[in-house]
Design a protein around this ligand. Structure first.
Ligand code: MN
Ligand code: MN
Length: 339
């Protein structure tokens, strides 16, 4: 018997990359080979010499096809074996390795919005639903839209062995969230990209689209973020390290901009809405010291734990946000000898 391997990769679409995939049929027991594709169709090559290389980096069971079939997340390389500029995973690898002894752990809260045609799921034709208030973690046909897709997606993520740890309905109708973690930088990012692919693929069969647009409906409606929870070993053990990490992210305006500018396209729209915090104040309001797996939104009571960077957009590249957080915080912790 042969099996199907779905090769999945991140393309070069700007300003926000998309996911692509294609299927390879392999003989039973075969190794997963490197593969190629036409980069001129994915904004990853000019017209001439457009061959690009797919290198498998993470494999899991395919919960849609079942059986021995697999999903295969790939990095994109040029034919001379250098990483393609769109390959942000290649930039994360050396940073994760450089600070490996600090044992970074991440949990990412992925918000997204379902659309049916031109409208968010649950928005009536030619109008708007009742104002926000009852939809967050709601129940009932008047509050919740798309639960059958969400439940199936959750089951598939679990079946694939992803580190998915929860779901909830969000503030706007048709808006949802799933969480991946707590795991290391490369794992949280690989699993998040596969979970995104499974989301699009699962919704496809319901004729529903999912978008990571940071502000899917203009005006007085909630944006979509990707709150990123982060800790190192020292932060999990003491408060000084938490303070050092927060200050490394929030004090220097240049550092704030370096992060925010890479936290996803359209971040100005999201962080300046009525429901959000203006960019200028974000470093104080959006970096919250949290106790370990904190359920409350208050200050850290146990004086240790993790921080939550609430600035990243839903459409952020997890390879980028984890690289920036590890690089900035772990450098500062190293300098302060809090490792
Ligand atoms: Mn949320
Ligand atoms: Mn959060």
């Amino acid at each position: 018997m042969s099996f199907k391997a779905e090769y999945i990769w991140i393309d070069g679409t700007e300003p926000t990359a998309k996911l692509r995939s294609k299927t390879r049929v392999l003989a039973d027991g075969a190794e997963l080979p490197t593969w190629g594709f036409d980069g001129s169709s994915t904004n990853q090559a000019e017209g001439h010499a457009s061959d690009r290389v797919l290198k498998p980096v993470f494999t899991c069971p395919d919960p849609i096809r079942g059986g021995d079939n697999v999903l295969v997340l790939c990095e994109v390389f040029n034919t001379d074996d250098t990483p393609h500029p769109s390959n942000t995973r290649a930039l994360l690898r050396p940073i994760a390795e450089r600070f490996a002894e600090q044992e970074s752990i991440f949990g990412i809260e992925q918000e997204y919005t379902f659309f049916k045609g031109e409208r968010p799921l649950g928005f009536p034709v030619g109008g708007f639903p009742a104002a926000q208030g009852g939809y967050y973690c709601g129940v009932g046909a008047d509050e919740v839209f798309g639960r059958e897709v969400v439940e199936l997606h959750l089951d598939r993520c679990i079946e694939a062995g992803l580190a998915i740890c929860g779901i909830n309905a969000e503030v706007m109708p048709g808006q949802w969230e799933f969480q991946i973690g707590p795991v290391d930088a490369l794992t949280v990012s690989d699993h998040l990209w596969i979970a995104r692919w499974l989301l699009y693929r699962t919704a496809e069969d319901f004729d529903i689209t999912a978008t990571l647009d940071a502000k899917p409906v203009k005006g007085d409606w909630n944006g979509a973020g990707a709150h990123t929870n982060f800790s190192t070993k020292a932060m999990r053990e003491g408060y000084d390290a938490i303070i050092t990490a927060c200050e490394s992210l929030g004090t220097d305006q240049e550092k704030v901009l370096e992060h925010v500018e890479q936290y996803g396209f359209g971040i100005q729209d999201r962080l300046t809405g009525l429901h959000e915090t203006p960019v200028g104040r974000l470093q104080l309001r959006r970096l919250r010291p949290r106790r370990r797996r904190c359920a409350s939104r208050g200050r850290s009571r146990y004086k240790k734990g993790y921080i939550e960077d609430r600035r990243p957009n839903a459409n952020v590249d997890p390879y980028v946000v984890t690289r920036l957080l590890v690089n900035t915080c772990c450098s500062a912790l190293e300098k302060a000898e809090q490792v």
